[in-house]
Design a protein around this ligand. Sequence first.
Ligand code: N01
Length: 542
Amino acid sequence: MTASAATPSSAPDSAVDVVIVGAGFAGLYMLHKTRRLGLSAVVFEAGDGVGGTWYWNRYPGARCDVESMEYSYQFDDDLQQEWHWSERFAPQPEILKYANHVADRFDLRRDIRFSTRVMAAHFDESALRWTVRTDRGDAVTGRFVVMATGCLSSTNKPAFKGLDSFKGPTYHTGEWPHEPVDFTGQRVAVIGTGSSAVQSIPIIAQQASALTVFQRTANFSIPARNAPLDPAYESRIKADYRGFRARNSQMLSGFGSNHPRSEISIFSVDEATRHRAFQERWDRGGLGFQGSFADLMIDMKANQIAADWVRARIREVVKDPATAELLSPRQVLGCKRMCVDTGYYATFNLPHVKLVDISQGGIEAITPRGVMAGGQEYEVDRIVFATGFDAMTGTLMKIDIRGRGGLSLREAWSAGPRTYLGLNVAGFPNLFTISGPGSPSVLTNMIVSIEQHVNWIAECMDWMRREGRRSIEALPQAQDAWVGHVNAVADATLYPQCNSWYLGANVPGKTRVFMPLLGFPDYARRCSEVAAAGYEGFALSA
Ligand code: N01
């Protein structure tokens, strides 16, 4: 086992019970729970503030696509009663303010080391402890390591030819500058048409003198119908917040109990009823559209009926038929994460906004003056890369994680991520992943999944202490069975049918494996059963 240049082999300078990597919503709550157990902890955070994804993704128009009354912690009733959201879908600055409020309210900052990136975590088998090393030279040992590193925290920056030759400023939506970026009077290129692009394009178009959007794959987007939060609705939810959370936890994706997924088949109703159902969800706005009928994500014909309906709406909005056709997605509806927008399609009616189809040749090069595609150079002043993330595994794979016998996580996952319950990896004792591959994570309301994971991990640590267990580690056969289960669930749906980041298909060379597990309630139940059975499927050392 060789230590990399970034991981000096100095002796550890401090010891804690738990080392937590990341101070987003997962890391903050993990720290809070750890303290409640009376365990010592340190959090390392690469940014200079808390908030994780909401710290980094400051692009214009960034907001959550889960409603604000649901996208918040539920662990503290006073917190959820006191906090007030201003809009139906919270904008990024407000969510970041909330993360900061939580950090202050629970006095979390004193155990967070900001601007510090974890480079390595190595397991010492004789001491049953991890040594975690950072880019600032820290070396801390912990009995447990919790990777609260987020699912969309490693940006995907394609190696476009000539990338560095561009003379003007460039931006990635996932690493947006902290100071405001003003595009007034600028000719702007946006590369990519996923959620980040769909949210930022209408705002950038309001400022730019010319906006050119480079689209490889059209994406389905549903209107957000965002609005100021209705005070009567807020009061209603707060009057029974616990009941609302409990109902949400029974939803497949951990949210949306106000407007649950339909349980009827699209084929059980006539065409007029189908259209009414689609229209009703379209008018309501948001991701609930995907729940118009029970079989949209399991039956190709059902899916195509819904997809045709959305394409017809796009044609109604977009005036130029050729542009409307280009903006009409051809893949299975929902198999790439659907977008939620405010004025996205209408933006393409503006005379200074142009859509360039790069589905065939891609981006040929970035030149000093702009973007080359289809043999044509598009001159621009600034380029926005809305090219997404190396999702779910990217950040973990950048850290030199070595478990039993020096086994590296990169080797263990060379053919795709393998976990037991998305919580632990065989060969890596006492290392937990929050919302890791193999757990529902990105197919759910992330905060719901995060809280369920943190609660499970904290209970596990407490149980180990009470039972005198020093290490916990997934058994290879339990892990194999779990990976098989995750794949079988995905294969029974249409999710694996397109080149989505759920599959890692957006990153050249990444192994194609469907990473998240569909279905929050069954998953949470299984985690509880495993714990109740004395951590079935795990090896526990005394
Ligand atoms: O990233 P994406 P994102 N050449 O991967 C294109 C969450 N999120 O940052 O589809 C040219 O979806 C790529 O094309 P293709 C949400 O879960 C949530 O937008 O691979 N183009 C695609 O169009 C979301 O799903 C919120 O063919 C290239 C785009 O770049 C996830 O984050 C808001 C390319 C990337 O789209 C990721 O969203 C924002 C290349 N080489 C994000 N490589 C909300 O809560 C990639 N592309 C609302």
